[in-house]
Design a protein around this ligand. Structure first.
Ligand code: GLY
Length: 295
């Protein structure tokens, strides 16, 4: 089977106060390409679990890039705190996630460490303590840009000048979750996903990223990673819905297009997906930096 890796940098339309320049869009796609390149050596190697290693290597590149809402540069909660969600899943049924993890540089590595335990999910204080026990040092990932976005979100909330999709606080823009899916030569699949959440959220809020079947899913027919409005993606079981369509024989692109089209407006969603024979990527109005690379 031809190995391939796909990455994305989050779905979300540009807004009047945060317009997206052509240059910034091209740079974001370039970063997704670099993340794919970090994963391909694994897909070319003959070790075990190479699909999982590939999606972790790719996710780390995007977590470390402050332009994306994951790891370094992640969005702040309304109280100014920073909490991170991340997950990994493989086609042989392994899954692990962390939610509301604090002050840890690469949440996706903590999710992978959890794969070695009987648990599938840890959150908050427990997740953070587990990270430290596993040797992941305390780190600050708060950037100037994240602080600016946080101040702007609080001002919008205080003034009531919410964006159309923030009415009642409602739908939030700037998701910017990151993720990767991969198919290895041996026909195994894996997915990774990592996020700082949305732009307006309470401490303790958990989105789709660490939820099996919502943010990520992998099985014998492929792997899927979601981005976008986490609450709706949980309720719709977005990643599983795309996967189910692929299992029924639909091309991943068609499976994604159907779910994006069905997703209630004005909420935004995006997916990357890989099956045995093909791959696909797509988001609401096409706003999602992404890349695919065959190894
Ligand atoms: N899709 C990321 C989130 O809603 O947290």
């Amino acid at each position: 089977m031809k190995p391939v890796i796909l990455t994305h940098g989050g779905a979300g339309r540009p807004t009047p106060d945060a317009p997206e320049s052509e240059g910034a869009r091209a740079e974001a796609v370039k970063a997704c390409a670099q993340a794919c390149e970090a994963g391909t050596p694994w897909l070319k190697s003959s070790g075990s679990d190479v699909a999982l290693e590939a999606v972790i290597a790719a996710a780390m590149v995007l977590e470390d890039d402050p332009r994306f809402n994951a790891g370094t540069g992640a969005n702040l909660r309304l109280d100014g705190s920073l909490e991170l969600d991340a997950s990994v899943a493989t086609s042989d049924g392994r899954f692990a996630a962390v939610a509301c993890l604090r002050a840890t540089k690469n949440p996706v590595l903590v999710a992978r460490a959890l794969l070695t335990t009987p648990h599938v999910m840890l959150c908050g204080e427990g997740a953070t303590r587990f990270a430290r026990q596993q040797g992941f040092a305390e780190a600050s990932m708060v950037t100037e840009k994240a602080l600016k976005r946080w101040k702007a979100a609080r001002e919008r909330l205080a003034s009531g000048r919410l964006r159309p999709y923030e009415q009642g606080w409602k739908n939030i823009q700037f998701h910017g979750t990151i993720g990767a899916v991969a198919r290895a030569a041996d026909g195994t699949f894996a997915v990774s996903c990592s996020t700082g959440g949305t732009s307006m959220m309470l401490p303790g809020r958990i989105g789709d990223t660490p939820i099996y079947g919502a943010g990520v899913y992998a099985g014998e027919h492929g792997a899927v990673c979601a981005t976008g409005h986490g609450e709706l993606c949980i309720k719709r079981m977005g990643a599983f819905r795309v996967y189910t369509r692929m299992a029924q024989g639909l091309h991943p692109q068609k499976a994604i297009d159907l779910e994006v089209a069905d997703f209630p407006q004005p909420y935004e969603v995006g997916f990357i997906a890989v099956s045995r024979e093909a791959h696909g990527m797509g988001a609401t109005d096409g706003y999602m930096p992404c890349f695919a690379l065959e190894a």
